[in-house]
Ligand binder design. Structure first.
Ligand SMILES: *[C@@H]1O[C@H](CO)[C@@H](O)[C@H](O)[C@H]1NC(C)=O
Ligand SMILES: *[C@@H]1O[C@H](CO)[C@@H](O)[C@H](O)[C@H]1NC(C)=O
Ligand SMILES: *[C@@H]1O[C@H](CO)[C@@H](O)[C@H](O)[C@H]1NC(C)=O
Ligand SMILES: *[C@@H]1O[C@H](CO)[C@@H](O)[C@H](O)[C@H]1NC(C)=O
Ligand SMILES: *[C@@H]1O[C@H](CO)[C@@H](O)[C@H](O)[C@H]1NC(C)=O
Ligand SMILES: *[C@@H]1O[C@H](CO)[C@@H](O)[C@H](O)[C@H]1NC(C)=O
Length: 448
């Protein structure tokens, strides 16, 4: 008996070691799934005019692998160092003109503010206001999802206020850049080698001067509470492990508002303008998350296994366009097929290939609709059982980490994961185990 016990004990130990959950995750700016992710603002001085004015070209590049910039889009601002004003702008506009009373001209500047706030034009802007790569309402795709829509560009003509000192051919780069989105902080501008632009097929032109500003995202700075949680189930256990209570907020706590299931939210709670950041209006649940991701271990075949992933929108105030879901699981290196989403592996660590990004198929499920009957997207995925690694034990089949739109989802505690029934080896349905257990028994018999 003692002998059987020690075999069992060592088996448990080995499994505990194999299990290796990465439970501690950082909440600071660094995202291990996208360590170089950033939004870069590039400021190109294209022309310095005789009258001390400048022609500027500004680009915004979203270099993040799976975090996109959603509606209502970027809102770029900066502080002028001197008395600069914006005379003209193409491809974007300043939200306020400000006080231009110092100018005695028929033609007033576009913006006289010390801190201009610039927004992209909406699609369908007048042709003479458009620039190449403009007019997407400030929405930028991630590099993974649509490499053709990850940049914005606009041009402006800047000069000096009459009371300002005339600049002598030298551009003073403004300070305190911001892209006006929660969670992003921008570096100070740094001078980089001047940009080159193709002008015709064989000739390049060059900016006079170029500065870059790098903005990085931190979930911790963005919000105080998570916005997404994970629930789990498996074919071998009837229990559906729900999202952890109070994952994103606690129902009933003062200040927490929600909409009872089956009721429609009052119009007051819903968005009014395209320009506003919409507060979440969530369905009342124990977890209070606007997004729930369910991971269901559906079928076990001889050499493969199948998982169904369902993403449910419990937010009445938002349709999530171009959503993305990052999953980390050691078996993703042997992913065979994804049936209804797109997938791209994120091989950041070379040999460790355990994470990837799922995203919607254009015009099919790239829009996750607001809470309600159609407020979900789902797919099944097929994975090959890596010999010697794959196991149904110890919750190995469940993800280590899930994030939605780049924000990490709250997982249920591992000790609550659906467990294999204790007498698993008696049920032929779990074939993998039947064979290992038989093998163990024969070894024990041999030794005895
Ligand atoms: C920003 O992202 C680009 C593209 O991935 C990368 O080349 C660059 O080094 C990043 N910048 C910083 C400051 O991380
Ligand atoms: C940038 O912001 C800091 C802190 O708010 C402020 O002290 C500084 O004057 C700003 N820079 C400019 C050029 O306005
Ligand atoms: C500045 O930004 C541009 C555009 O994103 C990029 O190509 C360039 O490598 C950046 N330069 C530096 C030094 O980061
Ligand atoms: C979401 O999209 C549906 C269908 O396009 C639309 O009827 C609804 O008003 C949208 N909801 C929000 C909150 O934008
Ligand atoms: C990583 O896994 C994916 C499947 O998820 C596979 O297509 C890719 O080739 C793997 N890459 C490496 C470097 O192993
Ligand atoms: C199913 O999993 C739950 C949660 O881990 C566990 O409490 C329960 O005992 C399992 N059911 C069976 C039949 O083993």
């Amino acid at each position: 008996m003692g002998f059987g016990g020690s075999v069992l004990l060592s088996l448990v130990l080995v499994l505990v070691v194999l299990q290796g959950y990465g439970l501690i995750s950082s909440v600071d700016g660094y995202d291990p799934m996208d360590p170089n992710g950033n939004v870069t603002i590039k400021w190109d001085v294209m022309k310095a005019n005789q009258d001390g004015s400048f022609d500027i070209r500004i680009f915004i590049f979203n270099y993040q692998l799976f975090r996109h910039i959603d509606a209502p889009g970027w809102k770029l601002s900066w502080d002028w160092q001197g008395k600069e004003v914006i005379w003209n702008m193409v491809g974007a506009e300043a939200t306020e003109q400000g006080d231009c009373s110092k100018f005695k001209a028929d033609n007033l500047p576009h913006c006289c503010l010390k801190k201009p706030v610039i927004v992209d034009l909406l699609p369908g802007a007048p042709y003479n206001k458009q620039s190449f790569n403009c007019c997407k309402g400030g929405v930028l795709s991630s590099l993974t999802q649509d490499p053709t829509k990850y940049a914005s560009m606009f041009e402006m003509h800047i000069g000096n206020s009459p009371s300002g000192q005339q600049q002598k051919g030298d551009m003073q780069i403004p300070q305190n850049f911001s892209i006006g989105l929660p969670g992003y902080t921008c570096s100070a501008p740094f001078k980089v080698p001047p940009s080159r632009f193709q002008d015709g097929s064989r000739r390049f032109i060059q900016a006079l001067k170029t500065w870059n500003v790098t903005c990085t995202y931190s979930q911790f700075i963005a919000r105080t509470a998570p916005t997404c949680c994970v629930s789990l189930s498996a074919f071998y256990n009837e229990t559906i492990v729900p999202c952890a209570t109070c994952s994103c907020g606690c129902q009933g706590l003062s200040g927490e508002q929600c909409v009872e299931q089956g009721k429609t939210p009052s119009l007051l709670q819903l968005p009014h303008s395209d320009r506003d950041i919409v507060p979440d209006t969530v369905m009342c649940t124990k977890h209070m998350c606007p997004i729930r991701v369910h991971w269901h271990v559906k079928v076990s075949y001889k050499e493969y296994w199948r998982v169904k992933i369902t993403v449910t929108n419990l937010n009445y105030a938002k349709n999530y366009s171009h959503w993305s879901l990052v999953a980390q699981h050691p078996n993703l290196q042997s992913l065979v097929e994804v049936f209804s989403f797109n997938y791209m592996p994120l091989n950041q660590y070379g040999p460790i290939n355990d994470s990837g990004v799922f995203y919607g198929i254009q015009y099919y499920n790239d829009m996750l609709l607001q809470s309600g009957e159609n407020g979900n997207v789902q797919t099944e995925i097929l994975l090959r059982k890596d010999p010697g690694v794959f196991t149904f034990r110890e919750g190995w089949v469940f993800p280590r980490k899930i994030s939605f739109n780049g924000d990490e989802c709250v997982m249920p505690p591992p000790d609550e994961f659906p467990r294999l029934p204790n007498k698993a080896h008696l049920h032929a349905s779990v074939r993998q185990y039947t064979s290992t257990v038989l093998l163990m028994f024969s070894i024990i018999l041999l030794i005895l």
